[in-house]
Design a protein around this ligand. Structure first.
Ligand code: CDP
Length: 232
């Protein structure tokens, strides 16, 4: 497929646990593109703040921390313990630690700070400049890569998204109840969509894909049927 003139950058956005990471990773693998899940960067900054005891309400301190830490993401060739990639903060492997309920609780507050976003967007654009990239997040089509030739916005009902996240967590031995996860998904969506800087919303030219009731394989098929993949 890589001989084709496919879109050089693909932006995928959508609310929490909408399946964008799974489908984005599958699409990147299919095309031989780099995959970048930008949520993991906001999660890494949040985890670092919690670990180092930096007050989440202290915007200046959080921004200073985000500027100071070194976040590294390495694409794992195979799924490692169910993770598609490994995340390091200042050399420490935080891949599992950033996917916990405590990080879920604070990440939307940290990512609402303009200074944090500025720092992360700078790093994300560096990845974007290399081309042949699938980038996943909340503001990729609107802010990070507004020139991306293909923008997707993946949605699903809150209940279904919470159920998927619950199953994911169960498989990893995390027994957080479904109700807690549902409440968190709804709360995060509200903060992410309502914030002043780079709120979650589809770009005007984004293709909306509803993943409700459909396996990632089927969602991927729908994406690959788009004209940019089928027309020579
Ligand atoms: O995997 P899930 O959909 O639960 O979340 P995520 O993609 O890992 O993102 C975690 C949080 O980071 C989101 O709830 C947003 O608050 C923030 N985020 C953001 O603000 N901008 C992005 N481009 C990506 C994530």
């Amino acid at each position: 497929m890589s001989e084709h003139n496919f879109p050089a950058a693909i932006a995928i956005d959508g609310p929490a646990a909408s399946g964008k990471t799974t489908v984005g990773k599958m699409l990147a693998d299919r095309l031989g593109y780099l995959f970048l899940d930008t949520g993991s960067m906001y999660r890494a900054a949040t985890f670092a703040a919690l670990q180092r005891g930096v007050d989440i309400d202290n915007e200046l301190a959080i921004v200073a921390l985000a500027e100071q830490i070194d976040i590294e993401i390495t694409n794992a060739d195979e799924q490692t313990d169910g993770y598609y990639y490994l995340v390091y903060v200042d050399g420490e492997d935080v891949t599992q630690a950033i996917r916990t309920q405590v990080v879920d609780r604070h990440v939307s507050q940290v990512s609402a700070y303009a200074g944090v976003r500025q720092q992360m967007v700078k790093l994300q654009r560096q990845y974007g400049e290399r081309g042949r990239v699938v980038m996943v997040g909340r503001d990729i089509g609107t802010v990070v890569l507004p020139q991306a030739p293909l923008k997707l916005y993946i949605i699903a009902s809150a209940e279904e998204r919470a159920r998927r996240r619950w199953l994911e967590r169960q498989a990893k031995g995390d027994s957080t109840p479904y109700e807690t996860i549902l409440a968190d998904v709804i709360r995060r969506d509200k903060i992410d969509s309502g914030r002043e800087h780079s709120p979650l919303r589809p770009a005007e030219d984004a293709v909306i894909i509803d993943s409700s009731g459909r396996d990632p394989d089927l969602v991927l098929e729908e994406i690959l049927r788009l004209s940019c993949f089928t027309m020579p």
